[in-house]
Design a protein around this ligand. Structure first.
Ligand code: GLU
Length: 492
């Protein structure tokens, strides 16, 4: 096989949908597995959907995901978008400016394979309504096919509004092969004379995608299966232009837990949201790779190198894949557990800072202890401040739960807490040895143990009767704060 050329061709909508990341990833993995080229092309010909900053955001999030592409728009350190690769421009609006689509639309017009259409929106709506009432499939009725190219060009020159449509033959089967779904045949009688150039002069997606995939040498079109019904139009356009169509690989839809197409209604769907909540790109990529694809082995945790090695189209499933945040959380937790302690401390520190719980003046040791204590409990980093707020808040801000107050006021509480305070007061050094043996020594002296001992002790300093390692909790709080909280507990 010649070296394959793949592309990810998103429309810059302002965020990258999880399904879009999966499409990008499968293109990337196939290209890397076969030593081919992976291209990013921006499909921005729908000017009504233009979103400021969307391109930069897209480049940024692909970089974060680790999907480096060989060709396409990239960003310099200074935040400037530059193109890399010899088949550009890679942004369709720039290709419009270069007249690329004009060239091919003229070819089709001159060969009688496309025609100008001057019908008004009202007329088109009227025709559709009438067709619907007659029980027919609503589609353009070919009214403007009657004009010769000369006549049509005169109307254009006279300033009439127009679009350019593809001229489909009657009753012709169009068959194409999809690597996952097999052969698919659609008859032209079920299709519309597709608009190729819109009234604003921009090409439609359908026209631009064919011209660009051809000119960029794309060998495999890998995209979501929602595009399958558009593929016959594309295949017909390839034939009309005298070009060879690429291979098609339509991926099963990414579904939510309710088995409906994954949408904002079901919660987070933007890759950016997962990044911002503190998911690791490696974990997200690993999980996304398994949405509709499986490796030969049962191995679930796979690095990017392993994914590249294992990936091929033959193990892509034909049915929708469910995106389950719980499963993603499991993957993320696995990857957090594999982090080096430096990286973990760094990330924990960042999430505490972001939540405003610590700042530059905070003792780094406290952050390291927090990482050590919570590192294997969290599923993603935004959970760190959620779980540890009680350790970093001020004495007055501690929220005492009901059973904590009960434990503090209990008979055993009245015995162990004064002793606890005494020992902390007298501690010459509040270190791991001291903190680690403190509760044991209270037990020895009072004979109180189990819940009667642990609940009041813990409740008095953190406001809750349960929690992780108590020695670390004490060390994170420090002597002064422990004493302050014991003081407050007396007032409850
Ligand atoms: N621009 C289309 C999108 O937004 C790309 C579809 C394709 O890959 O052909 O998904």
């Amino acid at each position: 096989m010649d070296q394959p050329v793949l592309r990810f061709a998103p429309s810059p909508t302002g965020y990258l949908h999880i399904g879009g990341l999966r499409t990008a990833l499968f293109n990337y993995l196939y290209a890397r597995h076969h030593g081919g080229t992976f291209t990013l092309r921006i499909e921005d010909t729908d000017r009504t959907r233009y979103v400021e900053g969307a391109l930069e955001n897209l480049i940024d999030i692909l970089k974060w995901s680790g999907l480096d592409y060989d060709e396409g728009p990239k960003m310099t350190a200074g935040g400037e978008v530059v193109e890399e690769g010899g088949r550009g421009p890679y942004i369709q609006s720039d290709r419009v400016k270069e007249g690329i689509y004009d060239r091919y639309i003229n070819q089709l017009l001159e060969e009688g394979k496309a025609y100008y259409c001057f019908c008004s929106r009202e007329r088109i709506d009227r025709v559709r309504e009438a067709q619907k009432e007659a029980g027919e499939t609503p589609r353009y009725d070919g009214h403007c096919r009657k004009y010769s190219l000369e006549e049509a060009r005169e109307k254009v020159a006279a300033g009439e509004d127009y679009v350019v449509r593809l001229k489909l033959p009657e009753n012709q089967d169009i068959t194409f092969h999809d690597a996952i779904k097999g052969d698919i045949t659609i008859n032209t009688d079920e299709m519309d004379d597709q608009v190729l150039i819109k009234s604003d002069g921009f090409p439609t997606y359908h026209f631009a995608v064919v011209v660009d995939d051809h000119l960029m040498g794309v060998t495999h079109v890998v995209r979501g299966e929602e595009w399958i019904s558009s593929t016959p139009k594309h295949v017909f356009l390839y034939r009309s232009l005298g070009w060879k169509a690429p291979e098609y690989v339509h991926l099963p839809t990414v579904l939510g837990n309710d088995h409906k197409k994954l949408s904002k209604r079901q919660g987070d769907v933007a890759v950016e949201q997962f990044r911002d909540k503190g998911y690791l790109p490696e974990a997200l990529i690993n999980y996304i790779a398994l949405l509709g694809w499986s490796p030969k082995s049962n191995q679930e945790v796979l690095s990017m190198e392993e994914l590249i090695k294992e990936f091929d189209f033959d193990r892509i499933s034909n049915t929708g894949a469910i995106f389950d945040t719980k499963k993603l959380n499991w993957f993320n937790q696995e990857y957090i557990k594999k982090m080096s302690s430096e990286d973990l401390i760094d990330r924990v520190g960042q999430s505490l800072k972001k939540a405003g719980l610590v700042d530059e003046t905070t003792d780094p040791e406290k952050i390291a202890l927090t990482a050590e204590t919570y590192g294997n409990r969290i599923e993603y980093f935004d959970q760190v401040p959620e779980m540890t707020r009680h350790l970093f808040c001020s004495t007055e801000e501690v929220i005492y739960e009901e059973d904590a107050v009960e434990a503090i006021r209990s008979e055993s509480g009245k015995i162990v807490l004064p002793l606890f305070e005494d020992k902390v007061c007298q501690a010459s050094s509040f270190d791991r040895d001291f903190a680690g043996s403190l509760v044991k020594s209270i037990q020895k002296e009072t004979g109180i143990k189990g819940k009667d001992l642990w609940w009041p002790v813990r409740a008095s300093v953190v406001g809750s009767t349960s929690g992780p390692d108590f020695t670390n909790t004490l060390l994170i709080l420090g002597k002064k704060e422990v004493l302050g909280r014991l003081e407050r507990a007396k007032t409850l």
